[in-house]
Structure formats: structure tokens, C-alpha cells
Design a protein around this ligand. Sequence first.
Ligand SMILES: [Mg+2]
Length: 257
Amino acid sequence: MRIKTILFDLDGVLYIGDNPVPGAVEVIEELRTSGFGLRFITNTSTKLPQEIIRKLTNFGFNVSSEELFTPLRSARDYLISVSLSRMYPVINSEILPYFKEFIIDQENPEFILIGDIGDKWNYQLMNKIFNFTMNGAKLIALHKGKFYNSGTGNVLDIGAFISGIEYSANVRAAVFGKPDLNFFNSAVATTKCDKGEILMVGDDLDNDIAGAQKSGYKTVLTKTGKFNVNYVQLSDIKPDYLIESVRDLPKLIKEIK
Ligand SMILES: [Mg+2]
């Protein structure tokens, strides 16, 4: 197998919360210099793409906007394609400008747009979303993550709340971002590589590893970020390779070449 392009998850792999993973900046530079194609695919829904680039740049990473893929664009393209216009946003206010063509409707929305809102979840909000959904509004989820590492430990992600509403209202949310195969494909389509030449590096078994394996890519799980040994042992999802940190990636790639 010859790896030509490497897909990186961001949070938990290159940085954790507000701190870069030690050695990650150098690894990205080294791989770029060695000629690998690099793409960065993140489910981050708290920041506009240009703000993610700014955060990476501040850490010292050299990443261009053409290499970055976030669920914001795929969700917006979908909403436009199905002509939904009145939304109830349950998203971080920072990304609201990205959805400015949609009308905010607090009473009778056509869809509820759900992204990360940290610890702002509560019974009243869930019940409101539940009732909108029972009245026919569509659930649009920027992702459906189970948990993430906030920098001080693992915390519940929006998937827990979305699943609760799906369960009670007997509906399914439209989910964008990883592990949606279209999302992976939108990044890989820009590389001209065959699936056997792609390696995905992530800290999330369900979103990064399972999604990439279904797409036919090789996978590396890092023990940084949300890695939890019990969760990994109990899961049916088995990464092709396991490394302590992204710092060990160049060595691994030399071994599997
Ligand atoms: Mg991650």
C-alpha cells in the first residue's frame, strides 16, 4: 500500500481545546515536505471555517482554506437544495452569519439547525425542539458526536441530545459531517487519489475511524483527545493502526509503506 494523502481530524489529534498536541506542528510540516497531500476534516460547528484556519495558524500550523472541510457548507447546500427557509437555530452564535440566508422563526420553523452549544442544553430547550419536530419541522444536525474532550476531560456531545429527540418524536435527523460518506468524499474528491492511497487519522472511533473504513481508507486512531480505553475495547470498530500521538505518525507511515 502506498499512502499519498492523509486526512486529519483536528480536535483531539492536532490540538485539544486551546492547546496544540506536542510535536503536531512539526509532523504536519514534515509530511507536507515529504510530498503527502493533506486534508483536514473536522466536525467542529462552533467556528466559521476562516476562524478554524486562524486558530490553526495561531498554533503554528500551515493549512489553507482549500484543505479544510467542515459540515457547515454541506448542511447549507442541502438546506438550499431542498428549499427549506425558516429555521430555529440551536447553534453557536459565531456561526450564525454562515446561515444568514435563512429566516429565523421562533414559532413555526421548517427546520431546527443543531450544532454545538456547550452546556446550554436544558429540558425547556429539548422540549421546544421536540414540539417543533412533532409539528413537522426537520432536524438538521451539523454532526451527531457522542462525546468530546473539552480540554479538561470527556463531556457529552450533541449526539446525546439529538438522539433523545429522535427517540421521543420518532424521527431521524439529517446528519452532516463525519461519518457521512459524502463528507469524506467531498474532501477526497479534491485529491485525485484512489481510496487505497488514503489514510485517515482521528481520535473518534465512530466518526473518524468507522466512516473512513466504510469509505475504504486505512485508519489510524490516536490515543490523544477523546481516546478512552474502555470505550475502544467495547467497540466493534477496530482501527487499522493505533498510535500514542500524531507525533508517531511519520514513523508509522514509514513502517506501512
Ligand atoms: Mg477529534
